[in-house]
Ligand binder design. Structure first.
Ligand SMILES: Cc1cc2nc3c(=O)[nH]c(=O)nc-3n(C[C@H](O)[C@H](O)[C@H](O)COP(=O)(O)OP(=O)(O)OC[C@H]3O[C@@H](n4cnc5c(N)ncnc54)[C@H](O)[C@@H]3O)c2cc1C
Length: 395
């Protein structure tokens, strides 16, 4: 293929990762982001072995690992007592089985490590303050129009503009993501406010009726990060992430053990937010002419399997490989869609299923078994070596 010029829109997890993947292949890339600066609201993120392997392929794993934590286990707990019901261990056998570790990290640390790696390739690559408002394309070029009046053209536009993607709606006409019926409250508690039982890298998942609560430490153990997820009929807030109050969270989890209420009370008000969780049915296609969707723009997913960012990293590695291996752009994009769409769609559907399973309070052993079956599909995947012909998935 002749030398390509590529525009990436959105400098979140997917946009930064695919910019790295393209630069690795020597493809000229500009990354446009609407925000005036990159900043992540405080929250944690889990990186499963498949995510770690994709980050290794992008050459950023070591920088991320240095800022991450390695939990020894996930403990499933009872919401009435806080007691451990069963545990899944991330031991040597786990790493051997899946070929990689399991990390937890603060999102800002992850994003910063990706950004530093991108800027190390070329400090001018990242164009902040560019909000895409319109896309035009013909058989020769694709043009992006930004709210600041800038127009830019390239051979390919990769839309990494997230779960509410403008490009998905405009170019694909496929409708927006819809409210999943779940709200995620995310809080961070300084560890010095907590007792010794919280000074561990292990993660916890507590299941209650119609609710669950995930927590683990971030920032080298300096904060306990929690995500508390109740159900709700509608999301009526103007923005999809807004500050939350301790009082409303306490009311949502009124029947839970006192230790959860203590965590809520110890959360500094400026470190408590809530998100409406959105997803949508899998898309029939991710590519239209010279435009390709990647990350949440392609597969808006609930977070119940901790796979949204992982899928974006895998997408990035595979798209980079497809562009390097193909004779033409249509061939490369068809390869990308063929390899990635079935897996991204599978995660969207399975993730919904796990939301239901958690909230109907299935026995922890049943959840462990279901998770293990899903993990056996997800975790061994190696985006750097998966055949570009595509591989079958279980039903
Ligand atoms: C509560 C919660 C917990 C989660 N936990 C995990 C986890 O443990 N593990 C995991 O793998 N995933 C997790 N996820 C999912 C993960 O956060 C997302 O899947 C991931 O951030 C998607 O990356 P992205 O690049 O597609 O989108 P984003 O990271 O959302 O980035 C989109 C970027 O595009 C920019 N943008 C948007 N519109 C425009 C425009 N018009 N013009 C220019 N720029 C634009 C935005 O400003 C943003 O920078 C979680 C999600 C939630 C809500």
């Amino acid at each position: 293929m002749d030398q390509l010029a590529v525009m990436v829109v959105g400098a979140g997890m997917g946009g930064l990762a695919v910019t790295l993947a393209l630069r690795q292949q020597g493809i000229a890339t500009v990354l446009y982001e609407q925000a005036p600066e990159l900043s992540e609201v405080g929250a944690g993120i889990m990186l499963t072995p498949n995510a770690c392997r994709a980050l290794m392929a992008l050459g950023v794993f070591e920088a991320i690992d240095a800022r991450a934590q390695r939990p020894g286990a996930t403990h499933y707990r009872d919401y009435r007592t806080g007691a451990i019901l069963t545990s899944v261990h991330y031991d040597e056998a786990f790493q051997r089985r899946y070929g990689g570790p399991y990390l937890t990290i603060h999102r800002a640390d992850l994003q910063d490590a990706l950004k530093q790696a991108v800027l190390a390739h070329d400090p001018t690559i990242l164009q902040l303050g560019h909000r895409l408002v319109e896309v035009e394309q013909d058989e020769h070029r694709v043009t992006a129009c930004f709210a600041n009046g800038v127009r830019a053209s390239a051979d390919l536009l990769i839309a990494c503009d997230g779960i509410k993607s403008v490009v998905r709606e405009q170019v694909f006409g496929l409708g927006s993501a819809t409210f999943s019926g779940h709200v995620a409250y995310r809080g961070m508690v300084p560890i010095e406010r907590l007792g010794p039982e919280y000074r561990t890298a292990d993660t916890s998942t507590t299941l209650g009726p119609g609710q669950h609560w995930v927590m683990y430490t971030v920032k080298q153990g300096a904060f306990l990060n929690y995500v508390a997820i109740p159900e709700r009929g509608a999301w009526t807030e103007e923005s999809w992430s807004v500050p939350a109050t301790a009082e409303e969270l306490r009311q949502e989890f009124a029947h839970w053990h006192a230790s959860y209420h203590q965590l809520i009370d110890l959360t500094p008000p400026e470190r408590l937010f809530k998100w409406g969780l959105f997803d949508r049915a899998p898309l029939p296609r991710w590519v239209a002419g010279r435009v390709a969707l990647l990350g949440d723009a392609a597969h808006p997913t609930t977070p119940f399997m901790a796979q949204g960012a992982a899928m974006a990293f895998e997408d990035a590695v595979v798209l980079g490989r497809a562009l390097a291996a193909s004779q033409t752009l249509p061939e490369a994009l068809a390869t990308y869609e063929r390899v990635r769409l079935p897996r991204g769609s599978w995660v969207q559907v399975r993730s919904r299923f796990f939301g239901q399973l958690y909230h109907k309070q299935a026995p922890p052993d049943e959840i462990s078994l279901e998770r293990r079956a899903a993990n056996d599909v997800l975790y061994p995947y190696d985006a750097a070596s998966v055949p570009l012909e595509g591989a079958p998935l279980p039903a």
